[in-house]
Write a protein that binds this ligand. Structure first.
Ligand code: GCB
Length: 638
């Protein structure tokens, strides 16, 4: 896969460790090595490394109604010899040309001005009947006004486009990005027009075997521009990235760095937290990076019970910005998970980035707050944001609402383990996630994947991801949702990858995919790792409102009985330190074909697709109330 230079530069820094983000004005095209594979970086791309805290920057939102053209044959991209228009000598002819017929005889076969519109952010599937099951190319166009100033820097930012995005500004290609759940941005400083500007995106959600995720998942393949789009304005020299977090194992020291957009050395950079009386000035090195190490003694630590956030101010090189940051430590000791030094139990629930009431991807803070509020109502202190990065806004809300977070990349089931481009892609998505969310106190776990079956190529692939996550961020836990193995009545986790992970975490579907509801009580778990055990999934489908006896599948009673039995069965695991049952709310999935009970919905939700709580919701809540009482009772001596 051809990777743009800047994205690779960011991904590569994990091996160099020296910097999570490279200077923003990317150099000439270069040949780079990633995971042993030479990749020729794309010459034309203006793709640039992420700017930390883009929401905290002066920006103009480009959200709203975008015109769209459905293009199943990619007519607007390829000519009739199947050559991309944007690679032809003139670069003209594609739908990114904002062309209008000059007169009655002029031949133009598309017209954005008369095209329908859809909301951005928003998946396309939920916005037009024709698009509900569509997988392919849709062109989207937005027209906006700009007044670029000569001494400023401009960034065109996309929160996420699923899956492959080709982006054009005023008829010229800015670049291409792959990966449906992570942000990307282009340097448009010299490309903006004064007055009218036209941005066109070719979004293509076609599934491919070698991509991340691959063709096979259990969620809806929502296409389109699913997160915010903005034009951010920055000073000519700006703070490109920073990490301001407590040091590993140390609640009395803030450690991190500030990375400027250029490589000027000895520039003064200041980090301060006025409310805590903290100020530190440091100087950049020859890479434009200033390391920080600030002793702190009176910080109020962040926790789900008291999600304290401080306003952190950063300045340097004439730039200035603020962020809301919480401070906490997270570590494991034997089978304990220690938050701020105290053993905790992760009272969690798993969720997709989907609002069942649309149904479609969450589009706004309102949607996200609804999901997290449901988790809070169940007395959760933790959420698994499955199976791909959720939005930055979601993580910021978790920070604010006091929910610990397991954040994940879509390395799901059977990936093309031996394809170097696939590993590069997975590394890039993991890097983008960590770079984006590394200042969020809520995030305690980076998950490198879900239910990937053990084999040598898979172990090598996943091993690299584990190294990457540890290297990029040594202050958080690294985990994966592993698979279990059954021998007779014994359930084990036998996975060489576990040695590189901080948690013994696995999915198990006792009572649903194996063993009956009652039979599960005959099984016992043997987890040989001296690590905290966190059950990442269990669950049962129940159609909301369908009532029967507890032996009848699909009924609320069956699901409820399964939860009760699970609690009894899991109580036999001495190292059990948390769980995220599957799943908060019913979600759409084309795999789920039963016409009556499913109808394209995975019904393992504790809340139905119309927002009603099923019986098991209350059962899990009671269990969590009980666990909390026990844990808090046991308190500090654990
Ligand atoms: C799993 C997957 C999850 C599925 C779930 C199910 O193990 O991790 O994505 O949706 O099972 O319902 O089968």
């Amino acid at each position: 896969m051809i990777q743009p230079v800047a994205r690779l530069a960011a991904a590569l820094s994990l091996f160099a460790i020296a910097a999570a983000v490279q200077p923003v004005r990317a150099a000439e095209p270069v040949d780079v090595q990633l995971a042993g594979q030479p990749v020729q970086a794309a010459r034309a791309s203006s793709l640039m490394p992420p700017v930390q805290n883009i929401y905290g920057r002066s920006h103009q939102s480009l959200d709203g109604r975008w015109s769209y053209i459905i293009d199943p044959y990619e007519n607007g991209y390829y000519d009739y010899r199947h050559m991309p228009f944007d690679q032809s000598a003139s670069g003209k002819g594609g739908f990114y040309d904002d062309r209008k017929p000059k007169d009655k005889t002029d031949w133009v076969e598309y017209d954005f001005d008369r095209a329908p519109t859809m909301k951005v952010p928003g998946d396309w599937n939920s916005q037009a009947e024709k698009l509900q099951l569509y997988e392919g190319t849709v062109w989207l166009r937005q027209v906006f006004q700009a007044d670029p100033k000569p001494d400023r820097h401009y960034v065109l930012y996309f929160g996420a486009v699923n899956y492959e995005a080709h982006v054009y500004l005023n008829g010229k290609k800015l670049g291409m990005h792959k990966g449906g759940f992570t942000p990307f941005q282009f340097d448009v400083t010299d490309k903006l027009a004064k007055g009218r500007n036209v941005v066109v995106v070719k979004a293509d959600n076609t599934r491919h075997l070698d991509e991340i995720p691959t063709v096979n998942t259990d969620w809806w393949n929502y296409g389109g521009i699913t997160r915010d789009v903005m034009l951010a304005e920055l000073p000519a020299t700006y703070i490109a990235d920073y990490k301001v977090q407590l040091a590993k194992h140390d609640a009395h020291r803030i450690e991190g760095y500030v990375q400027m957009s250029d490589a000027a050395a000895a520039r003064e950079v200041t980090v301060s937290i006025p409310e805590a009386g903290v100020t530190a000035s440091v100087r950049t090195d020859a890479h434009g990076r200033a390391a920080i190490s600030i002793p702190v003694d009176k910080l109020q630590l962040w926790s789900p019970e008291q999600p304290k956030l401080y306003t952190v101010e950063l300045s340097g090189g004439g730039d200035k910005l603020a962020d809301r940051i919480g401070f906490r430590t997270i570590e494991t000791r034997g089978q304990d998970i220690l938050l701020n030094g105290k053993s905790i139990f992760l009272r969690g629930i798993a969720m997709h980035d989907e609002n069942p009431l649309i149904p479609g991807r969450t589009r706004s803070q309102g949607d996200m707050r609804m999901l997290l509020q449901w988790a809070k109502e169940m007395n959760c202190n933790y959420v698994r944001l499955a199976h791909y990065p959720h939005s930055e806004e979601m993580i910021r809300l978790a920070d604010e609402m006091g929910l610990l977070v397991w954040a994940e990349v879509p390395v799901y089931w059977t990936i093309s383990w031996t394809n170097p481009a696939t590993i590069a892609n997975a590394q890039a998505q993991l890097t983008d996630l960590i770079v984006r969310d590394k200042n969020r106190a809520s995030v305690i776990v980076w998950s490198i994947g879900n239910e990937t079956p053990v084999s040598s190529p898979r172990n090598a692939f996943m091993g690299k991801l584990a190294q990457t996550a540890h290297a990029l961020d040594d202050t958080r836990l690294v985990a994966a949702a592993l698979e279990i193995h059954r021998k007779g009545d014994e359930v084990t986790v036998e996975d060489p990858l576990a040695d590189q992970l901080d948690l013994a975490s696995f999915n198990e579907y006792a009572g649903w995919y194996w063993a009956s509801n009652a039979e599960m009580l005959n099984y016992h778990f043997k987890v040989k790792y001296d690590k905290p055990v966190v059950v990442t999934e269990f669950g049962a489908d129940a159609l909301g409102g369908y009532h029967a006896d507890a032996d009848t599948r699909w009924s609320e009673e069956y699901q409820d009985a399964l939860y009760r039995n699970q609690f009894r069965m899991l109580a036999g695991i001495p190292g059990l330190r948390g769980m995220t049952p599957w799943v908060l709310v019913d979600f759409r999935s084309p795999r789920r074909q039963h016409p009556y009970f499913q109808d394209f919905w995975n019904r393992k939700g504790l809340i139905s697709d119309d927002g009603k709580k099923k019986q098991a919701f209350w059962t899990l809540k009671r269990y969590y109330d009980e666990v909390q009482r026990k844990y808090e009772g046991a308190g500090a001596q654990r």
